[in-house]
Design a protein. Structure first.
Length: 80
């Protein structure tokens, strides 16, 4: 039986993604995560942060990848 709470959460995240647009600048991601932009550049250099893509000479993040990375960083098992 489908979980209605999961459906509502998925609809909410889809609405958030539509409002934010598909790509984000480093400044937008830094504000979202509450870290300095410089930290994002360090994470990129160390290959430990969310996936980053070059569009021309600019760095861009896909929101769904940022959200997936945040979820993977969780120290707690939310399924329990």
């Amino acid at each position: 039986m489908p979980n209605p709470a999961a459906r509502n959460a998925n609809a909410s995240s889809t609405a958030d993604a539509a409002r934010r647009g598909p790509l984000a600048t480093p400044a937008e991601v830094a504000a979202y995560l509450g870290v300095p932009v410089k930290t994002l550049y360090q994470w990129k250099y160390r290959a430990i942060g969310p996936n980053v893509h070059k569009v021309g000479r600019h760095l861009r993040y896909r929101w769904h990848e940022v959200d997936a990375w945040v979820t993977s960083q969780s120290a707690y098992d939310l399924a329990s």
